[in-house]
Design a protein around this ligand. Structure first.
Ligand code: CMX
Ligand code: CO
Length: 143
């Protein structure tokens, strides 16, 4: 059966590529004016200390992330590294099952229990130390 999510983590599908930005509106303008991109979604995720803007990009979204405060994870990232690539989100059918699979494989999880992401998704982060220096987000779309 064809599915837009990956079965058993088998068919890898990128949901979004996330970029940490210092100036959200200026960056949106760069994408819309220079690339002709359209904003698909905008949401404040207060408990994660971020505002996200999803840019439509023909398949996976480009997720612009702006910190709500300097002591949030993205705020600390910006202070340490400056704006740039932050993480890649991959779709999975069942994020709780995916967490168990990553744990069984010896990966370091940031989230041992799924939390709520934007768009009513269920998400979990895998530590960059376990994925070649890249922060990975597992994304389960709502029904
Ligand atoms: N990619 C790669 N490395 C990263 C990173 C990232 N996005 N963020 C931090 N790091 C690195 C740091 O540079 C640091 O490296 P060194 O030890 O070599 O200096 C190390 O990871 C530890 O970083 P830290 O700033 O001390 O912060 P923490 O360990 O507290 O947290 C991380 C790091 C990845 C666990 C944290 O940023 C996190 O929990 N992120 C997930 C939450 C998040 O970003 N939510 C917003 C996204 C919302 C959404 O996508 O919907
Ligand atoms: Co994300």
């Amino acid at each position: 059966m064809m599915n837009h999510t990956s079965a058993n983590l088998g068919d890898l599908v990128v949901d979004h590529v996330a970029i940490a930005v210092a100036d959200l509106d200026a960056t949106i303008a760069d994408y819309t004016n220079r690339l002709g991109a359209k904003v698909a979604h905008r949401e404040i995720i207060a408990d994660q200390g971020v505002e996200e803007v999803l840019i439509a990009a023909g398949g996976p979204f480009i997720q612009l992330l702006h910190p709500l405060s300097p002591d949030s994870p993205v705020g600390k990232f910006l202070a340490k590294r400056g704006p740039g690539l932050h993480h890649i989100g991959y779709r999975v059918n069942d994020v709780a099952a995916a967490i168990l699979q990553f744990k069984a494989a010896g990966a370091r999880l940031i989230d041992e229990v799924p939390r709520r992401g934007s768009r009513n998704t269920k998400i979990a982060f895998v530590h960059p130390a376990s994925m070649g220096g890249v922060l990975v987000e597992l994304v389960e779309l709502p029904e």
